[in-house]
Design a protein. Structure first.
Length: 114
């Protein structure tokens, strides 16, 4: 069983930055692609090796996803934050022959406001 725990959320003013972490335990993370979701909207994802990344159009150029498999952790660096970035951010690891199953973390709250 892979367990995912997010951290790093908080309240930040527009234009500010936050760095979210998704720490894994129970299994080695390097077998899994990892995605960050805001509620049910996909924000970014990264391949198991970290060589391939994807971003939603709304965050391109502002967010950067990365991973440190030695630390069993995936990161989401969020810069130039906007009020519309507000939400609960969760990390997700699909698995199964057809990626039909999922591990989810509990989420971390991000609030962008004055």
């Amino acid at each position: 069983q892979l367990q995912l725990v997010e951290s790093g959320g908080g309240l930040v003013q527009p234009g500010g930055s936050l760095r979210l972490s998704c720490a894994a335990s129970g299994k080695a993370l390097d077998h899994y692609a990892i995605a960050w979701f805001r509620h049910h909207e996909g924000v970014s994802c990264i391949s198991p090796s970290g060589t391939s990344t994807m971003y939603a159009d709304s965050v391109k150029g502002r967010f950067t996803i990365s991973r440190d498999n030695a630390k069993n952790t995936v990161y989401l660096q969020m810069n130039s934050l906007k009020p519309e970035d507000t939400g609960v951010y969760s990390c997700h690891a699909p698995y199964g022959a057809h990626q039909q199953y999922s591990y989810w973390g509990q989420g971390t709250q991000v609030a962008v406001s004055y």
